[in-house]
Design a protein around this ligand. Structure first.
Ligand code: B3K
Ligand code: ZN
Length: 873
């Protein structure tokens, strides 16, 4: 990329309200694979003092005609660049009619209007609408949309857009015109159009106030039997938002369309969600329990956006967490109310620990409300989404459910129909809860980085006084040097030495609110030295450290009344000993670990879903995050050694768990799912042991399984146990499922994450497999994503072959789909704690990538940030 054309950043501080607003927009779209004509008629109104210049965003289209107030403009009357159409006018209220032509069939970026298989479909968030027509493509311009779609009904029986269908007419030329009208003003990013031939699952929902809403789920022909679960999830979401948040749906129809070519999970377009088929389609033969849970939560997430995102939207894209953090919090609560609270919490924290902490420690570090952006699509991050949700969760725990809901009510009353900011949200929470002061709390929106919180404790036996000293430090991040003290609520519980909850001041659970760099908390009349459990339920998104002895940790693991926290403490125990093994080759793991875990497994009251989690060893990225300068090989070796220690030490128990939880006919409910999770975690761990029976157990489970959860678990266990067994089972699986893309993604993922020396050669071969194509993001993520993220031993090969391979793929994908490429690059830029030799190879590869002609803004932003920060010097 030459210097003159380097992409530049936009800044939050430069926000300016739009001078022109829009009243109505009428779009007419003449469908055609390569020459789709779009006519947009927009009523612009001047709403602020300022220049009489209308700057419309627009890219990658051919401008055919511009008419201002009915008069066609000639090329001297406007300015056209690659990114803008600029019109100067003395009018303050006028209609602008623009005709453009676009090429959906060649749009492999999957942004704007494109073809997915045989269907037309759109993706406009964040800035895809500007690839459809010239417009004020920004979230604070809200307009009422009318959309006419003109196409051949025999090819596209379903022509859909937002709102209600108001007309369908047959035209003289054999084409059909379908008209949709959305009564709710919305920003352009929520616009959607879909046209295709689908099977439809229909249903309905009656809202709390008695309105009947039609529900329709559109899937590819032949996939109807995999649609009911998503429909049930939708109805549950609608009922849950009414009962927990008092929020009802507002249109007469809610549609979901599942498409195969999609950059992310799903999109909340008003009344017409578009979903990646992976996040909709499920039956027990083809989908795992984890898939079902994911579908339920994404269907919920997109539905909940109808209020938190659509009715109340973002003023600008820096405020993305306003809708995403809040909506993730809402979908998390939905899943937690429907299923196991503790299991959900564990999954949420795993995302924070293994992905968000790494993002904050890397070159892309940013606060949940970023302050500068080159490519907006790069900011749909675990920080904005998941840390954003953790910030909302802290607010919820500070204010309590009642206070939080009072804040939500005020937020909706004040801002319905508007585009607002994170400050507006916190102001509503504050004004509805005047007994709290959220001034310091707001710093979570503008400060990046993961705080390190450290605890020290002193027990004064003579005076029966307990003193806890908490301190916090946030290290400088790539984007921000100076850090201040945050408000960190530390949920804490006390237990006596026999493991019973110990009341201090009438209760055993306390929230220690840390609001300064250092703070001391004192407790009187403490009868004995307590066991103290900190940061219970991950009460703040921080790294917490307290120097526990093994005895304290194992006692607390048994004593804890919070299932989540029991898992967390076990993780601490495992990490502590894996780290000891990293620094000492001859380290012998203490058997006290085994005794403790055996005791938990044996507990009658233990939830098998949580016990299953205790059988999982911390992942590579979680371990990597423990180091400033990591020895990758030593970490992998210690992790493996620890896994084998657990597996051999618990072998008898594991075999018993597998026998006692034998499979029965598949049913999807909490009890059955927990049972499968427990057995499969035991099988997986056992596959690392020297047990002679395990290969038979694996084969037996694979060949007798009636569901994907158990089949896949057997394959995973097979991949660790024995190469020839793995090959046999994989060949059988391939034979059975070839031609079924969503299932073959699971197979591709297993191939790519297989820790074998030949994996790279194997992946190259798979590129010409009939079930693989570089154009489809799901395939790309399955093969390359799993290699880069779930095969640390091969990705981080010392010879650099893993890094080189990923770079080659990124160069190819840069041309096809920049968004997908920019997601895939993550493990190649989060390299700050790798050893010097590996960093050098990464630097060479990123430099090669940086020199690629036509490097997209998406990759440019990430690569340059990494070269300028993590790899500088
Ligand atoms: N809002 C969309 C994400 C859009 C991503 C654009 N690159 C899905 C969601 O968060 O619900
Ligand atoms: Zn969302």
């Amino acid at each position: 990329m030459s210097n003159s054309s380097l992409p530049s950043a936009q800044y939050l501080k430069d926000y300016q309200a739009p001078v022109f607003g829009v009243d109505t927009i009428e779009l007419t779209v003449f469908l055609d694979d390569h020459k789709t004509k779009v006519i947009s008629k927009v009523r612009y109104l001047k709403q602020l003092e300022g220049e009489q210049v209308l700057r419309l965003n627009g890219e990658q289209q051919t401008l055919l005609e511009v008419k201002l107030a009915g008069v066609t403009l000639n090329a001297e009357q406007y300015q056209l660049t690659d990114e803008e159409l600029v019109i100067t006018t003395h009018l303050s209220e006028f209609e602008l009619e623009i005709t453009t032509e676009i090429d959906p069939a060649n749009n492999s970026s999957l942004e704007g209007l494109y073809k997915s298989g045989g269907a037309f479909c759109t993706q406009c968030e964040a800035q895809g609408f500007r690839k459809i027509t010239y417009y004020l493509d920004r979230p604070d311009v809200l307009a009422k949309y009318t959309t006419h779609i003109i196409g051949n009904k025999s090819i596209y029986p379903h022509m859909l857009s937002n709102g209600n269908k108001i007309e369908e007419v047959a035209l003289d030329d054999g084409l059909t015109k379908v008209t949709w009208q959305d009564p709710y003003p919305k920003p352009s990013y929520l616009f959607a159009l879909v046209a295709g031939d689908f099977d439809v699952l229909e249903d309905n929902f009656t809202t709390a106030s008695g309105r009947k809403v039609d529900l329709a789920l559109f899937v590819d022909k032949g996939n109807l039997s995999r649609a009911p679960f998503a429909m049930e999830s939708l109805k549950k979401s609608m009922a849950w938002d009414e009962s927990r948040f008092g929020l009802e749906y507002d249109l007469d129809i809610y549609m979901i369309v599942a498409v195969d070519f999609f950059n992310m999970g799903a999109m909340e377009n008003k009344g017409l969600n578009v979903f990646n088929s992976k996040c909709v389609l499920a039956d027990s033969k083809s989908a795992t329990d984890a898939d079902y849970l994911m579908i339920e939560s994404i269907v919920g997430h997109e539905y909940f956006h109808n209020w938190t995102g659509n009715r109340i939207t973002c003023r600008d894209w820096f405020q993305l967490s306003l809708k995403e953090g809040l909506t993730v919090f809402r979908d998390q609560e939905f899943s937690m109310d429907l299923g196991s609270r503790a299991h959900n919490r564990i999954e949420q924290v795993k995302v924070m620990r293994s992905h968000q902490f790494a993002e904050d420690a890397g070159p892309m570090s940013h606060p949940i409300r970023p302050e500068s952006v080159i490519e907006m699509n790069n900011f749909y991050t675990v920080t904005v989404y998941d840390k954003g949700a953790e910030v909302i969760r802290m607010l919820h725990s500070i204010l309590g459910e009642q206070g939080f809901q009072a804040g939500m009510k005020l937020y909706v009353e004040r801002h319905d129909g508007h585009a607002v900011t994170c400050d507006d949200f916190v102001a509503a929470m504050q004004d509805a809860n005047t007994e709290h002061d959220l001034t310091l709390f707001k710093l979570w929106y503008s400060q990046s980085g993961t705080p390190n919180v450290n605890a020290n404790m002193h027990y004064d036996k003579a005076n029966k006084k307990l003193t806890i000293k908490l301190s916090q430090v946030t290290a400088p991040t790539a984007d921000q040097v100076d850090k201040k003290a945050l408000h960190i609520p530390v949920n804490t519980a006390f237990f006596d030495q026999s493991g019973q909850p110990m009341n201090l001041g009438g209760q055993y659970q306390h929230v220690l609110n840390l609001t300064a760099n250092e703070q001391t908390f004192e407790f009187e009349s403490v009868e004995e030295q307590p066991l103290v459990s900190f940061l219970r339920d991950f009460s703040a998104p921080v790294q917490f450290s307290f120097d526990y002895s093994d005895e304290e940790l194992t006692k607390l693991i048994i004593a804890e009344t919070s299932d989540y926290t029991r898992w967390e403490l076990a993780q601490q125990l495992y990490i502590k000993h894996i780290k000891l093994a990293v620094s000492n080759n001859d380290y012998v793991f203490p058997t006290a670990i085994l005794t403790c875990i055996e005791q938990v497994i044996g507990k009658d009251s233990a939830d098998p879903q949580i016990t299953a989690e205790l059988l999982k060893v911390p992942g590579f990225s979680t371990l990597l995050a423990e180091y400033k300068h990591a020895d990758v090989d030593a970490i992998l070796a210690a992790q493996d050694k620890f896994t084998r220690f657990l597996a051999n030490g618990l072998a008898n128990k594991l075999t018993k768990v597998i026998a006692e939880n034998a499979p029965s006919e598949y049913i999807f409910n909490a009890t059955a799912m927990a049972k499968r999770a427990f057995r499969n975690a035991a099988l997986n761990l056992l596959s690392y042991s020297d047990d002679k029976q395990v290969a038979d157990l694996i084969s037996n489970q694979y060949y007798h399984s009636d569901n994907m959860t158990d089949s896949l678990a057997a394959l995973k266990a097979g991949s660790t146990k024995d190469d020839s067994l793995f090959k046999t089972l994989m060949a059988d699986f391939e034979n059975k499922w070839t031609g079924d893309p969503l299932v073959m993604d699971k197979w591709l993922a297993l191939c790519a994450s297989h820790e074998h020396q030949d994996v790279l050669a194997n992946i190259l071969e798979l590129e010409s497999h009939r079930d693989f194509t570089l154009d489809n993001p799901n395939r790309v993520r399955a093969l390359y994503g799993n290699f880069a993220m779930n095969n640390p031993a091969q990705f981080h090969r010392k010879d650099g072959a893993g890094y080189r391979f990923l770079t080659d793929k990124l160069i190819q994908l840069n041309e096809i789909n920049p968004q997908v490429a920019a997601r895939l690059i993550t493990p190649l830029i989060q390299v700050g704690n790798l050893d010097g030799a590996r960093k050098l190879v990464v630097k060479k590869e990123l430099t090669r990538l940086n020199n690629t002609p036509n490097l997209s803004k998406d990759l440019f932003e990430k690569v340059t940030k990494c070269l300028e920060t993590t790899l500088a010097g």
